[in-house]
Ligand binder design. Structure first.
Ligand code: ATP
Length: 440
């Protein structure tokens, strides 16, 4: 690991210089293929790297096999995780505090030993391999820099420890400094840097080493929003260009959705889903994912459903008999569970529309159009978020910013059931989920 007190690995043969040299080449050519004005579509990141790099590229597929970690005192930090991270992928691990994100990263880095299971990189079981021989670089929440060394020397540290020739060290450090905007700071020491600058140096030091795998443990969490936005864009761009496999941990769902090729959702040590951002949003495999991803989160309505021939009667669990309606089966999303009984109906805010005033509560019976009352309106410039009361239930609808709607009025609420996701109330699993690996 490349951190103070833990010298970077030595003795590695001068391996790929693709990422750094490739960067200079890309810059000389005026950008990457998909940046041109010729309307070239952006290929997948791994696809670009493989196509553009025929030599010296280090592939690093990470396979987690039944990986579990418990700590003394019966703390089960991580369950038996099965996950394959493709070479060149930017995987974001997202979850609330204590869900096991850092533990997962530390297991890949070798800073923790698994209780059971294995970490493999390109087929090799790393269990007996110490951290400094894993060829991974980790960036921590708080930048860990050598305080007595200049920025230049911090960036150069891992390269020098590996015996990289002096002129190459200079060239690589200068390239990385240029990419991360560190040129004016090369002569300073960490004590004379801002938090954002220190974090940039930590990221630069990890990248300069050209490891097979980069591990980022919430490196932006202590920064203010504009800096976070700027840094995450830089990191995505750098990762795209270099093609290094990157596992990035965060508890910020917006950051996860913007950065990840795929996002792995952890909750209490369990991997609930690992999918590309769009699949995660549209087809959450678990109720937790549905409510953790998305702002506002998915609306979850407890219901009772009953098959009636080619139709289905859906009754929102509430005393009000008007909160029932019958719909033809073909109007339901494919995930419809096809059995009668209790179920939870999940609807994203944009699957709910409001259509003018509600004439009467009766008008809503036997129809997917219900009567609700506006309880709160939030205007954010681009859209209007309306909180609606349907009996005891509260829903949030995402409406056009210019929709004419009054607070406290009764309105017709239209639910687009073709976009519904149905969850088992006991397990929380989506009825059409294939499990956590969906979308892999
Ligand atoms: P955060 O976002 O707050 O950093 P996290 O998702 O990264 O949380 P971890 O740090 O991986 O979560 O911790 C997962 C669980 O394991 C927590 O319950 C934590 O208290 C526990 N844990 C982590 N490290 C240790 C340790 N060294 N000894 C005992 N328990 C630990």
């Amino acid at each position: 690991m490349d951190s103070p007190g833990k010298p970077a690995p030595g003795g590695r043969a001068a391996r790929s210089e693709f990422s750094i040299r490739g960067l200079s080449r890309v810059r000389q050519l005026g950008g990457l293929p998909w940046m041109g004005s010729e309307g070239t579509s952006r290929p997948t990141r791994a696809g670009w790297r493989l196509a553009g790099a025929s030599e010296g590229v280090v592939l690093a597929e990470i396979v987690l096999q039944q990986l579990a970690k418990s700590f003394a005192g019966g703390i089960h930090a991580l369950g038996a995780i099965d996950l394959t991270i493709a070479s060149g992928e930017l995987l974001v691990v997202l979850g609330p505090s204590g869900s096991g994100k850092t533990t997962l990263l530390r297991l890949i880095a070798g800073l923790e030993s698994p209780t059971s299971g294995a970490v493999r990189i390109d087929g090799r079981d790393l269990t007996p391999v110490p951290p400094h021989r894993r060829d991974v670089a980790m960036v921590f929440q708080q930048a860990a820099l050598y305080p007595h060394l200049s920025v230049f020397d911090n960036l150069a540290f891992g390269l020098r420890a590996r015996g990289v020739p002096r002129n190459q060290v200079r060239s690589k450090v200068n390239t990385v400094a240029g990419l991360l905007g560190l040129d004016p700071l090369l002569g300073r020491r960490p004590g004379a840097l801002s938090g954002g600058e220190r974090q940039r140096v930590a990221i630069g030091r990890a990248i300069a080493r050209e490891p097979r795998v980069l591990l980022f443990d919430e490196p932006f969490s202590s920064l203010d929003l504009p800096l976070r936005v700027a840094l995450r864009e830089e990191v995505v761009e750098l990762q795209r260009r270099s093609g290094t496999t990157l596992v990035h941990v965060t508890h910020d769902q917006a950051e996860a959705m913007l950065m990840g090729d795929r996002v792995a959702i952890l909750d209490r040590g369990r991997l609930l889903q690992c999918s590309p951002p769009r699949a995660l949003y549209d087809h959450p495999a678990h109720r937790f994912v549905a409510t953790f991803v998305g702002n506002p989160p998915m609306n979850i309505l407890p219901c009772e459903v009953e098959r009636a021939g080619e139709a289905v009667r859906i009754h929102l669990l509430a005393a009000d008999p008007a909160l029932s309606w019958t719909v033809p089966i073909e109007s339901l999303a494919p995930g419809w569970p096809r059995t009668s009984g209790p179920i939870e109906l999940g609807l994203r805010p944009e699957a709910i529309a409001v259509r003018g005033p509600c004439p009467s509560a009766e008008a809503a019976t036997d129809s997917p159009i219900l009567c609700g009352q506006v309880r709160r309106l939030e205007f954010n410039g681009a859209e209007l978020l309306a909180t609606l009361a349907l009996g005891p239930h509260r829903l949030v609808a995402r409406l056009p910013a210019n929709q004419d709607i009054q607070d406290r009025r009764r309105v017709r609420v239209v639910l687009d059931l073709s976009r519904a996701v149905w969850f088992d109330p006991a397990s929380g699993q989506a009825s059409n989920s294939n499990g956590p690996g969906e979308g892999r």
